[in-house]
Design a protein around this ligand. Structure first.
Ligand SMILES: [Fe+2]
Ligand SMILES: [Fe+2]
Length: 317
């Protein structure tokens, strides 16, 4: 088990523990020699590590994707801590505990899954219900659905992130049928549960959270469409119109072509899945920024929210 985690490293600490090399750059020193800049991470975050000497000897041990034992000192660079690495060597994947490298939802995964499964009973339409029952009777699918992250870090980038994100959208949807009576709640709930299922194979989440090749090459929207289509095709006499509406919700949930959807939403339930998706993802970005920036009033510029975030003082009663 690790004892030193990235978030606890302070300037002047000695470092002697295992980290994951997420990426590496080779740069040139003023005297023409080479030095290496590593992105070293664990479940609590990442820190830069610099190798100034013996670059050739330490090169293959510090390959991206390696788990490495790092010895060195925490020093300061432009106000931020970094590790000046004196020694580094690769450790076998078998020697590490994945618990040290995989961040996990702050909510209990089994409790969340039980609550999500409760929504199946709100699907009164027997065809949509059959689709959910078929998909979720597959134990391998359920295990992946419970564990998968919803991203590598933009929002819900941790174990159970997909489940948490889906559950929060379902909770948000509860008032919808009372406000908009024309909404087909069975279709909405089924669409919400299925919208991101392609994420189960778009990310690695056994040792560290990263993209799979499939995640890069196919993406979760097309993959989710395929998973849902394959299950529907095995259900005898599944009405074609319902099949197309479900597949449309999956394909259109990013809302715009420039955000990765091949088609834009074409009916109310599809718009609603897209809007609830955005709402929950944004709320999580606000929460993450607030957690990261407790000591300042304004966050750095946020790439996805396209602004700096005002960090509100804690509410006192
Ligand atoms: Fe998505
Ligand atoms: Fe989503």
């Amino acid at each position: 088990m690790k004892k030193q985690f990235v978030k606890d490293l302070a300037i002047r600490n000695k470092v002697n523990d295992v980290f994951y090399v997420r990426s590496r750059r080779q740069l040139e020193k003023r005297d023409g020699g080479k030095f290496l800049v590593l992105d070293l991470s664990d479940k609590t975050g990442s820190i830069e590590g610099k190798i100034w000497d013996n670059v050739n000897d330490l090169f293959s041990d510090s390959n991206p994707g390696n788990f490495v034992k790092v010895e060195g000192d925490v020093t300061e660079y432009m106000g931020d801590p970094q590790i000046t690495v004196s020694h580094i060597f690769k450790v076998s994947d078998k020697e590490i505990s994945s618990k040290d490298f995989l961040p996990t939802s702050r909510f209990n995964i089994e409790d969340m899954y039980k609550e999500l499964a409760g929504y199946f009973d709100m699907v009164k339409d027997s065809d949509y219900r059959k689709l959910l029952d078929n998909l979720f009777s597959n134990a391998e699918f359920v295990n992946k659905f419970k564990s998968a992250p919803a991203s590598t870090g933009i929002h819900h980038g941790y174990l159970g992130g997909l489940l948490e994100h889906t559950l929060f959208m379902l909770r948000l949807s509860r008032s919808v049928p009372n406000v908009y009576e024309e909404i087909d709640y069975s279709l909405l709930v089924t669409g919400l549960i299925l919208h991101d299922i392609g994420k189960i194979t778009s990310y690695t989440y056994d040792k560290v959270i990263d993209h799979t090749d499939e995640g890069h090459l196919i993406g979760h929207i097309v993959r989710g469409y395929e998973i849902a289509k394959n299950v529907i095709n095995k259900i005898p006499d599944f009405p074609n119109a319902k099949k197309e509406m479900i597949l449309h919700i999956i394909l259109s949930h990013h809302g715009l072509r420039e955000y990765g959807s091949p088609i834009t939403p074409k009916f109310a339930e599809a718009f609603m899945v897209h809007d609830l998706d955005n709402l929950d993802a944004r709320m999580m970005m606000f929460r993450d920024e607030t957690d990261k920036n407790r000591d300042v009033k304004w966050s750095d510029y946020h790439q996805f929210l396209e602004t700096r975030i005002f960090i509100k003082p804690p509410v006192t009663e």
